[in-house]
Design a protein. Structure first.
Lengths: 269, 259
């Protein structure tokens, strides 16, 4: 019990300075040598949100649940979905090559390879955080106030991060043995954009088949995000419980898989 | 802990490392998925039956031909890769210098890279900040310190990397062919550093420069095809190695996979 639930956090705490430094390195390289530097990190979500608002509030109305709630709301609903989706896709696309990418670290220095997942997640969270701030600002502009439930955001991020860490560990270890994992994700992630309620809401799907949508772990997290950020309510208890349970299982399983195969993984890359 | 154990910085007992070789790439995945039922690989023993003890404060030189297992031995000593058989015990903080500039980023400046290098070698941020001046002095790359690493010559980058390694306080410094870089003046400086370091720490040192091994080490180990062939006095060991190099020549059948 202790080994899978406590140890990952203990070790991450032990290596926190290393994680911070490498995370800082990855972030600072990203926009170096550009005049607007971090402005680009803000420009991307802002321009996306502006275009969505323009397009989806005038011509395209795919979702009945969201579009009935007024101008801008639908765009925000898509945007909330996209923040979660992009967080997943950035990590899952990168995870299979994570150990390859850091081969000099893990093969030539005493580097705790499990820290790579924390670093990758940290980077993805920074971009998601920027997008989230943009979303909240636009919501404030559209509706003049933010729902109280925004305070529940940690409730979303704790299970979300557990899920992402577990998935990253699992895919990183597996991806060290075969490049197929990487190709698989490059192929299916774009398809998942439509199998996930990003441009529509789970509530738009007829009740009898809605559960199919929830087989996709992103659905739960996206709907929780919308409850908290837009609908101004507590997350749906069933959705929340199941999502958290899945997250814990993925976290524990991913960590166990990673620790079991990491030595072999380092030998084969 | 007995006093005998305390005397040794590194103790290897019957150390062996087998790498798995696969005929085709997919077998590697099959091994992970169905590995409990059968083996999909051929084993290649890079190291076998290595007995090695390094006393605290001792300097050990490791010599041997390409592919004889020197780097793998260092990786095991550092705990980067796990031995397949046998045991390894180490006492004290280890700083591995297996590749100069592992983890350097060429878009970042020398100063930023030095900071990252310190973190990877296990220094805290405050320790790294304290040492940055000394590292800069040692590297002596002047104004380039605040330029991106991509504008450095390869020698300059190596200077910086070595300077970082020289400023972590390790109990055991593990060095893989680090002195082959840089100009004569810098090599002298590194050499002087090692002489200084020997007084306070344990040094494990791989080099193809036999003169250096003889000059720097208290003891030398010659690794040949994964086994210790000769160990002992550095002058005698390097001498024996040198003679074998001449008489055995460079033949293709040295590299073979399998038992």
């Amino acid at each position: 019990m202790r080994k899978v639930f406590v140890q990952p956090f203990e070790r991450a705490w032990q290596y926190r300075e290393l994680i911070q430094v490498i995370l800082w390195r990855e972030l600072s390289v990203r926009f170096r040598n550009s005049f607007f530097s971090w402005g680009w990190a803000v420009a991307a979500p802002v321009s996306m949100l502006v275009v969505y608002t323009a397009v989806f509030s005038t011509t395209l109305k795919v979702s009945t649940e969201s579009s009935s709630a007024g101008l801008g709301y639908y765009a925000l609903s898509i945007f909330a979905g996209l923040i979660i989706f992009n967080l997943f896709s950035e990590l899952l696309l990168r995870a299979p090559t994570l150990i390859h990418e850091h081969a000099p670290f893990v093969k030539r220095s005493i580097f705790p390879s499990e820290a790579l997942a924390w670093i990758a997640m940290g980077r993805a969270l920074v971009y998601a955080g920027i997008a989230l701030v943009v979303l909240l600002i636009f919501e404030l502009i559209f509706t003049r106030m933010l729902p109280w439930s925004v305070l529940l955001l940690p409730m979303l991020f704790v299970p979300l991060c557990l899920f992402l860490l577990g998935a990253t560990w699992f895919l990183a270890a597996l991806g060290a043995f075969t490049r197929d994992v990487s190709h698989l994700f490059i192929t299916i992630v774009p398809l998942f954009l439509f199998a996930t309620p990003v441009f529509y809401s789970a509530l738009d799907v007829a009740e009898p088949v809605r559960w199919v949508l929830y087989l996709n772990p992103l659905t739960g997290f996206i709907e929780i995000a919308r409850d908290i950020l837009l609908r101004g309510s507590w997350p749906d208890p069933t959705t929340y419980l199941i999502s958290t349970l899945v997250a814990v299982v993925v976290f524990v399983g991913g960590y166990a898989f990673f620790t079991r195969y990491r030595d072999l993984a380092i030998d084969v890359i | 802990m007995s006093s005998e154990q305390d005397d040794f910085a590194i103790q290897c007992d019957g150390l062996g490392k087998a790498y798995q070789f696969y005929v085709n790439y997919n077998d590697r995945l099959r091994q992970v998925l169905f590995g409990r039922k059968r083996k999909y690989y051929r084993e290649f023993w890079v190291l076998r039956g290595v007995e090695m003890k390094v006393r605290r404060g001792e300097s050990l030189g490791i010599i041997g031909r390409n592919g004889s297992g020197k780097t793998t031995l260092l990786q095991i000593v550092c705990g980067i890769t796990a031995p397949t058989e046998g045991t390894i015990r180490t006492h004290g903080r280890i700083a591995p210098v297996l590749a100069l500039g592992a983890g350097f980023d060429y878009e970042l400046t020398g100063r930023e890279n030095a900071k990252i290098g310190c973190a990877i070698l296990g220094l805290s941020r405050s320790e790294a900040a304290e040492r940055l001046e000394a590292i800069a002095d040692f590297a002596a790359v002047g104004e380039f310190l605040d330029q991106p690493l991509k504008y450095y010559s390869s020698g300059m980058a190596s200077r910086l990397a070595f300077a970082v390694c020289a400023h972590v306080d390790a109990d055991i410094l593990v060095v893989d062919e680090a002195l082959s870089v840089g100009d004569e003046a810098f090599c002298q400086k590194c050499f002087k550093f090692f002489e200084e370091y020997r007084k306070r720490g344990t040094l494990v040192f791989v080099s193809h420069d036999l003169g250096q091994v003889a000059a720097l080490c208290d003891r030398a180990v010659w690794i040949d095809q994964g086994r210790v062939r000769v160990a002992g006095d550095p002058a005698a060991t390097t001498e024996a190695y040198h003679e074998a190099l001449i008489s055995e020549g460079d033949r293709v059948d040295r590299f073979h996979i399998g038992p």
